[in-house]
Design a protein around this ligand. Structure first.
Ligand SMILES: [Zn+2]
Length: 219
C-alpha cells in the first residue's frame, strides 16, 4: 500500500501557510503563492493549504485539504470544516497582528500628544446668526467650542466648554502625530479592544479546530 491509496484515519494538523492582506473592503484575503508548498501524497500537486494526516497503517502523510475521498474513514465534510477553520485562523491572526501594530502606533502618538502643553483657552464673543445677541466662542489653538448660554457661565460650565475646545486641539495634534491616512485616528478607536476581541475569536476557532482533529469518524 502507498500513501496515495491508503485511507485517512485522522487529521493530525491542518494548516494554511499563506500570508493574508487587508482588502479595500476591510476584509482579509490570502495572497496566492505566499505560502509554503507541500507535495500532496494523494494527487502529487503542491498545496499551500495542507493537512498532516494519519493513514490506516498508522503512518502519516501530507495531503491537500480538498484531497480526502469518499472512502476515507474521516468524513470529507469534517476535512472541509477543518480546512475552513485553518484558513479563518490564519486570516484572524493577520488581522490581530495589524490591530496590535496599530495599538502600538496609537499609544505612541498618545504619549507624544499627552506630553504637550495645550495653549490657554481664549474666550471671545461673536454675534448670533439667527437671533439678536452674542454667543461665546472658546478657542484652544484651532480647537473650538461654543456656548449660547446668556450671561456668564458657572465655573463648571466654563471648564466643560474649555475641555471641549481642548479636545479639538488634541485631535488635531493626534492627526499630526499619527501616520497619514491612519484609520480610526479621528474617533480614537480602541485597537486594544479590537485585539482583545480578535484573541477571543482566535481561541474559539482553535477550539473548533481541535475538536475536528478528533479520531476518525467512520463513514
Ligand atoms: Zn492533493
Amino acid at each position: 500500500m502507498n500513501a496515495a491509496t491508503m485511507k485517512i484515519t485522522r487529521i493530525i494538523r491542518i494548516e494554511d501557510t499563506r500570508q493574508y492582506e487587508e482588502g479595500p473592503d476591510d476584509r482579509w484575503y490570502p495572497i496566492p503563492g505566499s505560502g509554503v508548498e507541500n507535495q500532496c501524497a494523494r494527487c502529487g500537486r503542491m498545496h499551500e493549504v495542507h493537512a498532516l494526516v494519519e493513514l490506516e497503517d498508522n503512518t502519516s502523510a501530507v495531503v491537500g485539504t480538498g484531497c480526502a475521498r469518499g472512502d476515507d474513514l474521516i468524513k470529507c465534510a469534517q476535512f472541509a470544516s477543518a480546512a475552513n477553520a485553518a484558513k479563518r485562523l490564519r486570516g484572524l491572526r493577520a488581522k490581530l497582528a495589524k490591530a496590535e501594530a496599530n495599538a502600538a502606533i496609537y499609544s505612541e502618538a498618545l504619549r507624544v500628544v499627552d506630553a504637550l502643553t495645550p495653549p490657554a483657552a481664549v474666550w471671545t464673543k461673536a454675534p448670533n446668526k439667527c437671533s439678536a445677541g452674542d454667543h461665546h466662542v472658546i478657542a484652544v489653538g484651532e480647537g473650538k467650542a461654543y456656548s449660547y448660554q446668556p450671561g456668564e457661565l458657572s465655573p463648571s460650565d466654563r471648564r466643560e466648554r474649555e475641555d471641549c475646545a481642548r479636545n479639538g486641539w488634541r485631535a488635531a495634534r493626534m492627526t499630526e502625530a499619527l501616520p497619514a491616512g491612519f484609520k480610526g485616528a479621528a474617533c480614537g478607536y480602541s485597537f486594544k479592544y479590537e485585539a482583545e476581541r480578535l484573541k477571543q475569536d482566535i481561541a474559539k476557532v482553535e477550539k473548533r479546530l481541535a475538536a475536528l482533529m478528533a479520531p476518525a469518524v467512520a463513514v
